[in-house]
Ligand binder design. Structure first.
Ligand code: AMP
Ligand code: ZN
Length: 110
């Protein structure tokens, strides 16, 4: 947790471009964008993997999906978007703090 980049962003110890935040999560710009718009929604609570989440955690993930849907225009997602959650090594998860990738702003590769 002390070495977690997303916890450090939350604490303001690492700078980031924050597009939205409330009491439970924030949406920031990915530092290494894989699409014209590449954002990450990060629940504040430090849980390393989605398969370790409690029901409270997964309920929050659902709320985040709803918020993204309502905010799509504000987030620059004009014609749809892609949601990705990487879980574990095979998926290439590099930051062990559950997060949701939001990709769009252009036609994405299939
Ligand atoms: P994942 O591979 O699913 O664990 O994704 C981690 C994501 O976090 C990658 O897309 C990184 O580019 C992104 N990332 C890592 N460090 C930062 C940072 N300091 N600010 C914004 N995004 C970051
Ligand atoms: Zn963390």
């Amino acid at each position: 947790m002390e070495d977690c980049v997303f916890c450090k962003i939350r604490m303001g110890e690492i700078p980031s471009t924050i597009l939205y935040k409330d009491n439970d999560f924030m949406i920031i710009k990915d530092i290494n964008p894989q699409a014209k718009v590449h954002l990450i929604a990060i629940p504040y609570s430090h849980v390393p993997y989605i398969d370790m989440m409690t029901e409270e955690g997964t309920t929050l993930l659902g709320k985040i999906l709803g918020k993204i849907s309502h905010m799509q225009q504000d987030l620059g997602l004009t014609n749809g978007y892609r949601i990705v959650i990487n879980q574990g090594e095979d998926a290439g998860q590099t930051v062990n703090h559950v997060h949701i990738h939001i990709l769009g702003g252009e036609k994405l590769p299939e």
